[in-house]
Design a binder for this molecule. Structure first.
Ligand code: 5RP
Length: 304
């Protein structure tokens, strides 16, 4: 594998533990101002230092993320449909490789809609994108989209993931399901799991834990982080599973503890930072980040 490609993947999947925590904020590309992601700048700022990479569109990257950030960007380059349009699966590639390079993308992300009306178009687009991106050493992350009419079981997801990998995707994003091991086992490239619709925090932590146990390198989580009442506490708890090997109980305790803290309440009080888990690559205490703002806190349909 070429050095550039390998280096970019290493920014997304930590080569030391083969784990990845991606924060997804690309939902607006077809959902518009999704609940609790109305102001991406405010949502992203406090979370940026806790994720390994950020999945977003070029518009949000340019308008809402400081260029001095050290966090790798996974750039969504597909789109063309909206939640009120006729068919969500009618996507094309909307960003050129040249613009992706200007944005210093660490990976390009696009959706394929296996089993949909536009299956052919999206799968061919994936093959072409891999060919183009490979020339510049940029990896491609294929998102196996699901929807009302598309399945979400191991049989369907194995099919979709394998097709994405066969087209040359370097990383495949999919959903957790029963018998997830089957999906992971039959996909020859790393699999990362989407969070899906907002569920209770403990359940989302369980999904994270089970995904990794089932063979995923980690999660690409959006709504279950920034639609939480306590997004920072939630991403830190997720991180403690992905990078700190916490179990669900320990991560949930961490979430509860962090979400009950009110740093700054007592003048001069230090924020209560949980002790790092021994022998792990700094679970809740990642890279320093440029401070750009403060935190912010009807769900979209389960089409993503
Ligand atoms: C949209 C996406 C999202 O990035 C993905 O679904 C992850 O977000 P969430 O955890 O909210 O499902 O690919 O098509």
């Amino acid at each position: 594998m070429d050095w550039g490609l390998q280096n970019r993947i290493a920014g997304i999947i930590n080569p030391q533990n083969n784990r990845a925590l991606m924060l997804a904020v690309d939902h607006g590309y077809f959902l518009g101002p999704t609940e609790k992601l109305e102001n991406p700048t405010k949502v992203i700022a406090p979370l940026l230092k806790y994720c390994d990479s950020l999945m977003l569109t070029r518009g949000v990257q340019r308008a809402c993320v400081p260029a001095a950030t050290r966090t790798p960007m996974v750039l969504r380059v597909s789109g063309g449909s909206s939640i009120i349009g006729e068919d969500l699966s009618q996507e094309d590639i909307t960003v050129s490789i040249q613009d992706a390079l200007r944005l210093n993308a660490s990976a390009l992300a696009m959706s394929i809609f296996v089993g949909s009306k536009y299956e052919h178009q999206t799968i061919v687009n994936l093959g072409k994108l891999v060919g183009d991106a490979q020339q510049y050493g940029i990896p491609v992350l294929a998102v196996t989209a699901v929807g009302k009419e598309l399945g979400k079981d191991a049989r369907y997801l194995s099919l979709a993931c394998r097709i994405a990998a066969e087209q040359g995707a370097h990383i495949v994003k999919t959903y957790y399901c029963e018998n997830f091991e089957k999906v992971a086992d039959s996909c020859p490239v790393p699999i990362i799991v989407a969070g899906g619709k907002k569920i209770p925090e403990r359940d989302a932590l369980e999904l994270t834990y089970n995904s990794i146990k089932g063979g995923a390198v980690g999660v690409d989580m959006g709504r279950n982080i920034w639609q939480s009442e306590h997004p920072v506490a939630m991403i830190r708890a997720v991180r403690s599973i992905v990078h700190g090997n916490s179990d669900v109980e320990r991560a949930y305790e961490m979430y509860k503890k962090l979400s009950s803290e009110r740093p700054g309440k007592r003048p001069g009080a230090k924020p209560n930072i949980p002790r790092p888990i021994p022998n792990t690559p700094d679970p809740g205490n990642p890279r320093p980040e440029i401070n750009t703002g403060s935190t912010s806190a009807g769900s979209p349909p389960d089409t993503i």
